[in-house]
Write a protein that binds this ligand. Structure first.
Ligand code: C2E
Ligand code: MG
Ligand code: MG
Length: 752
């Protein structure tokens, strides 16, 4: 070996060591090793074989490595010359070198032309050994990591048991750990129902597709891998699920590829099983994997033994720990049974999907302990409305469901829904504090399809929310289409700001007796790529529901403040005001204060020129937190206006509770002003109310000169409406703002 060759290969070897040990795992090391070897030996193809298994290869098209020929070449006598097929080259001679020390792993190098010389063979041997070591190290490390995670997971479970966490929580942890450690798609813990030992109930599960979940919630003990594990009290492994005699057709259809179940015991008796399964083909459960599942199942046994009485346990697994109501699983079970019973009759089953209104702000502002109490009170109130045969359940969060069996008319369901809405709406007193929540209810009735009914009721509930909450709505087939449309709109709305599809229009607010411009109201428009210009009524409710209003509201505030600053900079009157609408959901957002403060400081506008409009209906559902937030906003120096004043039913109640600066009289009061005088009294009342409280009143929706004149006669100070100008883009209103064009409908009371 020449000195040059020696230093050349030493250099290469050093690089090789770095390349195969710096990667994250054994697979990447195999890949880096094979690539480097091919490069160093100028090979046409290289394969790394672990026993019969190909670990990695290059030089052949993916999936077309001639594994059999390589195997044969590896197995043959060392002294014989061997060839493998390489695309484009025909049969090419190979050289092989042992990887590691176990004697079953080889690097196989195919190179046409000159066979490798002694130095090259030496280099290959050294690289192969190094690769073997590196792979071994990687495997040890990842096994240690897995072990570590398992130990952590097991101690997590121990801790949960020791701390007496609710059983369902412990079981969820166990199921999650099994799924994570074994790398499976689904995991479930199933228990034998003490009331019906021939069936298994899913007590905890993860990864099961939603559409299957309800259908496999309860299964017969003589079907499925889990049932077999229970009946035979041993580990059952099915690596080809579809071929197993215990396979359930439902899962075969869904494409389940493999499953494994281990029995779970209480004091020696089998009470259920822990099951993992996967949709990926070719997954193998090694003996180590099997032991892992058994170990985790033993943990489940410990947890259950600790919970002692099986019936208690099943009760816990099927009930909501907070309210004691049936949970979603049990509700699904009851619903399925109810539907079975109606099969032979003419009556129907009704599902009510109940979602609380304004629960989130209560929970956020008063704390979770109060939130929990509210949920318990609501649960009691709902249950109090039911007959013996009905079932109420808590589905999670602030969602409840009610099952009405054997109803003959839908009216029975709507009557009950109204009763629930009424009882939930009554104030809840907690620690001397009045808390207000409400309920929106969707109703679906039918004779079959448990899961379908619940989904329809859910859709109807959405409609109830969109129609203004605190009401019930019966499912109608067209809602399915609407739900899709809504989803589509939501997707489009998500990117609307980034795509610069939002624009603010501005409508003048004028001093009624002089016609001078007082300020503008910013009104949002969406330039939808297909629908054209969309008004706020068509997307603000959706933005509120999805929470997108927070981002949109932020954009509106920033844009309106910058626009005002630009107008001030261009010479607009100093006292020009900018009115910006806030939605209820924004008011519930703890980040609102800083959003407003930031918008003001980014644009460097005077706080006093910003007026935030909040609709009356939002104020009606006041909470202490709302008042706190309004005070904080006002402390910034901005003013607050009640929008659509007069449309709510308890306007007077909150007026002295809220920090308010301006009243905006809703357009229905302005509408009749050019009619007979008796219809003016409502507007008159609002105007005098404003003057008694020292609050300026802005009349909305002034369309005709007669209305304008009547308002002036009533002494109303400010006004807004098509009579003075429609909402228009900034550029269109700019001449008027910069004093280059007079406001319409000025002192002469005529329309221009
Ligand atoms: P609003 O705040 O009460 O705004 C007044 C609405 O009445 C505007 O409808 C305006 O175009 C319309 N209007 C003004 N003058 C007349 C008139 O003389 N006759 C008639 N028939 N209508 C008139 P728009 O722009 O469709 O806005 C509807 C509602 O959407 C607003 O009611 C406000 O509550 C909400 N909104 C608008 N922009 C925003 C926004 O940026 N954020 C939030 N959260 N809500 C907004
Ligand atoms: Mg407004
Ligand atoms: Mg209004």
């Amino acid at each position: 070996m020449t000195v040059r060759a020696a230093s050349w290969s030493t250099q290469q070897l050093a690089e090789f060591v770095a390349a195969v040990s710096s990667v994250a795992d054994a697979d990447l090391a195999a890949r880096a090793g094979v690539e480097r070897v091919a490069e160093a030996l100028d090979a046409d193809a290289v394969a790394l074989m672990y026993g019969e298994r190909l670990a990695y290869a290059i030089g052949w098209p993916a999936g077309a490595t001639p594994v059999d020929a390589i195997r044969a070449a590896v197995a043959a006598d060392l002294d014989d010359e061997h060839v493998v097929p390489v695309p484009g080259l025909g049969y090419v001679p190979i050289t092989r070198a042992e990887v590691g020390e176990d004697g079953d792993a080889y690097l196989v190098v195919a190179r046409e032309g000159e066979p490798p010389d002694a130095e090259e063979k030496g280099l290959l041997r050294a690289m192969a050994r190094t690769l073997g070591l590196a792979m071994h190290n990687h495997q040890v490390v990842s096994a240690l990591r897995e072990r570590q995670r398992l130990l952590e997971g097991l101690s997590e479970i121990q801790r949960a048991i020791a701390l007496r966490e609710p059983l369902h929580q412990v079981l969820n942890t166990i199921v999650g750990l099994a799924q994570e450690i074994l790398g499976d798609d689904q995991a479930a813990l199933m228990l034998r129902d003490p009331a019906d030992p021939d069936s298994l109930i899913v007590a905890a599960s993860t990864g099961v597709p939603q559409e299957l979940e309800d259908r496999v919630q309860r299964r017969r003990i003589d079907e499925g891998i889990g049932g077999r594990a229970v009946l035979e009290d041993r580990l059952i492994v099915a690596e080809r699920y579809a071929e197993s005699s215990a396979a359930m057709s439902l899962f075969v259809k869904a494409g389940l590829a493999s499953a494994m179940a281990a029995p779970v015991h209480i004091e020696g008796d089998v009470v259920g099983c822990l099951l993992v399964s996967s949709y990926r083909h070719g997954l193998q459960y090694t003996p180590a994997d099997q032991n892992l599942l058994i170990t985790i199942a033993q943990q489940a046994s410990l947890a259950l033994t600790d919970a002692r009485i099986v019936s208690d346990m099943v009760h816990q697994a099927l009930h909501d720990p907070l309210t004691g109501m049936p949970n979603r699983a049990l509700f699904g079970d009851r619903l399925a049974h109810a539907l079975q019973r109606t099969e032979r009759t003419t009556s129907e089953v009704a599902v009510l999907f109940v979602d609380l209104d304004r629960f989130k702000p209560v929970n956020d502002s008063l704390g979770h302990a109060v939130g929990d109490e509210v949920l318990c009170v609501v649960a009691e109130r709902i249950s109090g409305c039911l007959r013996e045969s009905d079932t109420a359940a808590r589905l999670g969060g602030d969602e409840f469901a009610v099952l009405l069996e054997e109803i003959d008319t839908q009216a029975e369901a709507t009557t009950l829904a109204q009763r629930i809405i009424d009882t939930v709406a009554a104030p809840i007193v907690i620690d001397g504090r009045h808390v207000f929540v409400g309920a929106s209810i969707g109703i679906a009735t039918g004779q079959r399809g448990a899961e379908d009914l619940l989904r329809k009721a859910d859709l109807a509930m959405y409609r109830a929310k969109a129609d203004g909450r605190g009401r019930s709505v019966l499912f109608e087939p067209r809602m399915q289409g609407q739900a899709l449309e809504r989803l589509e709109l939501e997707i489009e709305l998500r990117g609307a700001i980034e795509r610069a599809e939002m624009e603010l229009f501005y409508q003048p607010i004028v001093v009624l007796d002089s016609g001078a411009l007082h300020g503008v109201e910013a009104l949002l428009r969406w330039h939808h790529p297909e629908r054209g210009l969309v008004g706020p009524a068509d997307f603000i409710p959706l933005a509120e529901e999805t929470g997108l209003i927070i981002e949109i509201g932020w954009w509106v505030l920033e844009t309106a403040c910058r626009q005002l600053a630009a107008w001030h900079g261009a010479g607009a009157q100093r006292d020009l005001t900018m009115n910006v609408n806030l939605s209820g959901r924004q008011l519930e957002d703890p980040g609102l204060h800083s959003t407003v403060a930031d918008a003001l400081s980014h644009a460097a506008v005077d706080e006093g020129s910003l007026i935030l409009e909040i609709t009356e209906t939002v104020l009606m559902h006041d909470t202490d937190a709302t008042i706190e937030r309004l005070r904080a906003l006002r402390a910034l120096g901005v003013r607050l206006a009640v929008d659509d004043f007069g449309t709510g039913y308890s306007s007077l109640r909150y007026l002295n509770r809220f920090p308010i600066d301006v009243l905006k009289m809703a357009s229905p009061f302005v509408e009749p002003l050019d009619a007979g005088s008796e219809r003016r009294s409502l507007a008159q009342t609002i105007v005098s109310l404003g003057s008694n409280l020292g609050l300026p009143v802005i009349a909305e929706g002034i369309e005709r000169p007669e209305q304008h004149a009547a308002l002036v006669a009533l002494g109303c100070e400010l006004g807004q409406g098509y009579h003075f100008g429609r909402p228009v883009p900034a550029a269109e209103i700019e001449p008027q703002i910069l004093g280059k064009r007079p406001a319409n409908g000025g002192g002469s009371h005529t329309r221009s």
